[in-house]
Design a protein around this ligand. Structure first.
Ligand code: GCU
Length: 593
């Protein structure tokens, strides 16, 4: 009986989410015919969720003498889009609830074309209403979605309303408590997108996992149109390949190339790739590289690589707000480049496309993850379906980014059968779409065995992963049980291991005793880094390190009134952009590597 019930739940939930979830995403929005809807939008703060009940998305105006409406989108609050709402209005700094956004737009209606509305991200859930009717919903604060609005618009004065809510819930991803600010809002670009009736919905162009001269291409039309000719060109490689779609509207081809210059952090070579059909031509810069695991080594382009990584949240600390633009991406990535990194762990959620595309151009390998952060409702089928949608939206958006080397499926989850089943499902969602990237997850399960005097970990799930990542705060949450240089690790032997988080807090400019953690001093943090680096030398299968974290960031976890004031101070750089002493220790370590 129980089995039938859970099958019914999965069926119901998948139908529900499929219907209202974003239609199949279009790849490479920035290469399409778009009209930006960015700018100042009207807004109404709806703390008690009265807006939907009162149908304020109808934007009604009084007609007769007795009419009145207790709302109007005109002459009220105005919010920037893209941006979180927290950083725009002091009253919204801690706000959790619903905010309505609205704006009008004109559009050139082209009868033989289709029209979509695309959101780069909305945090955390939303419903979109156009000219008084709901056109779609989405849940998940960090992945794009789009809705087909063909035939629903007029040339002038369309009224668009978006009901946005960021209230934390136990069945959400992330769930009730996480160590970053719960920013809400329309946090990334909004576009109208025009396409031919049948358009090139998706394509995947990448180097074979193991061969350095074989490129695989898959093209998917928006309809199951048979025998449609499509073309793939890579002019610099003198490639022009003609394909024909099958009865599912998809076409694929593999071909050999000569003199391909593979992408790497030291030489981030990208090629112009053009995908075209009779009705449209889409292009973007795409790189080609090989990445695989052999034994305890990670090979990039046939050579073992050591990952000199760093993490950052999608936040500009000086603005106390979400990063969302190319300028923001430059701010974050230039500091990682100065530190000497060749990789970024984009914590703890898919970040905006400007950051991903610029990181690729600047030469960073990338780890991207969805926010399966600590306490997730692993026994909830609806949560599992949501997580699957989220990870598919991430892979769908970024699978043509050769810089992306790792798909991260979890951060600091505890062993359990439901967790294992949930994460195996996520891995399957990734590998169904992309078989070439490395699957990883970060764990905080390494313990010290006093008897054997060794650090060990016991979670059989690691066998499901290509690379094991360990978050370990020696010298901060865990005092040293043994001298750092004598610390012996026996973790995930036979597999590559990266230390995906380590570090400790320091308030920039605060000096104190380098032996006392509660000094929150730069000296203590610097010593902590020296000690962890000493320990790294004793981890035989260590293939990368990623300090936590590049910049101080905002978190409701951090209560200390003078040392933290709502900031997590583990940054190597302060919230005002000043480098702490530990920054220079990490720089020296990376330069020597
Ligand atoms: C955890 C977690 C981070 C968090 C960090 C910390 O490992 O993954 O998201 O910010 O520890 O405690 O600072």
């Amino acid at each position: 009986m129980r089995e039938i019930k859970s099958i019914l739940i999965v069926l119901l939930v998948s139908v529900f989410y499929h219907d209202i979830a974003a239609q199949e995403l279009m790849t490479n929005i920035y290469g399409r015919e778009t009209q930006s809807l960015n700018g100042k939008w009207d807004a109404i703060i709806d703390l008690y969720d009265q807006g939907r009940k009162n149908k304020i998305y109808l934007n009604q105006k009084p007609q007769g003498k007795t009419d009145f409406f207790e709302y109007s989108f005109d002459h009220g609050l105005r919010l920037n889009v893209p941006s979180d709402w927290n950083s725009q209005l002091a009253e919204l700094n801690y706000y959790e609830g619903t905010v309505w956004y609205a704006r009008r737009f004109d559009v050139q209606v082209q009868k033989d074309k289709r029209l979509f509305i695309y959101f780069g991200a909305v945090s955390y859930r939303c419903r979109v209403y156009l000219n008084g009717r709901e056109v779609g919903r989405h849940e998940g604060g960090f992945t794009p979605f789009q809705f087909d609005i063909t035939g629903l618009v007029k040339e002038k004065d369309n009224f668009l309303a978006v009901e946005v809510n960021n209230t934390r819930t136990i069945d959400a991803i992330p769930a009730m408590a996480f160590d970053w600010w719960n920013y809400g809002g329309i946090t990334r670009d909004v576009f109208l997108v025009t396409t031919p009736q049948t358009y090139i919905q998706d394509y995947f162009v990448q180097l074979d996992k193991y061969k350095s001269d074989k490129i695989d291409v898959r093209v998917q039309l928006s309809a199951n149109n048979n025998n449609v000719p499509v073309q793939v060109e890579i002019p610099e490689l003198k490639i022009k390949q003609n394909l024909v779609t099958d009865e599912k509207g998809s076409a694929k081809i593999s071909f050999n190339v000569k003199k391909l210059q593979r992408w790497s952090p030291d030489s981030p070579k990208l090629y112009k790739v053009i995908i075209s059909s009779a009705d449209e031509k889409i292009e973007e810069m795409i790189g080609f590289r090989n990445i695989w695991v052999k034994g305890e080594d990670i090979y990039l382009n046939d050579k073992p690589v050591f990952l000199k990584s760093i993490s950052f949240h999608e936040e500009i600390p000086q603005r106390k707000g979400r990063a969302f633009s190319e300028a923001d991406a430059i701010m974050l990535l230039s500091e990682a480049k100065a530190l000497g990194c060749n990789m970024i762990r984009l914590a703890h959620y898919p970040q905006n496309e400007y950051t991903v595309r610029l990181a690729e151009k600047m030469g960073f390998l990338l780890w991207e993850e969805i926010p399966i952060w600590q306490g997730i409702d692993f026994e909830n089928e609806a949560t599992k379906i949501k997580a699957g949608n989220m990870i598919r939206e991430m892979v769908m958006r970024d699978k043509n980014r050769c810089a992306l080397a790792f798909w991260g499926v979890a951060n600091e989850t505890q062993p359990s059968a439901p967790r294992n089943e949930f994460l195996k499902y996520l891995i399957q969602c990734c590998t169904e779409m992309d078989t070439t990237r490395l699957i990883t997850a970060a764990f905080d399960l390494v313990r010290f065995d006093r008897g054997r005097q060794v650090f060990f970990m016991d979670d059989p799930f690691i066998k499901e992963l290509d690379v094991i990542a360990i978050n370990k705060y020696m010298g901060w949450y865990h005092p040293w049980p043994v001298a750092p240089e004598k610390a012996v690790w026996n973790v995930a032997a036979g597999q590559p291991l990266i230390v995906s988080e380590f570090g400790g807090e320091a308030l920039y400019g605060q000096s104190g005793d380098r032996e006392v953690a509660s000094s929150w001093s730069e000296e203590y943090q610097a010593k902590l880094y020296d000690d962890n680096i000493a320990m790294f030398n004793n981890i035989p299968n260590l293939r990368g390190v990623s300090p936590w974290i590049l910049f101080d960031f905002r978190s409701p976890f951090r209560f200390h009134p003078t040392n933290q004031e709502g900031w997590n101070r583990k940054g190597l750089v302060s919230d005002q952009g000043y480098r702490k002493k530990a920054w220079y220790i990490m720089k020296e370590y990376f330069d020597k590597k």
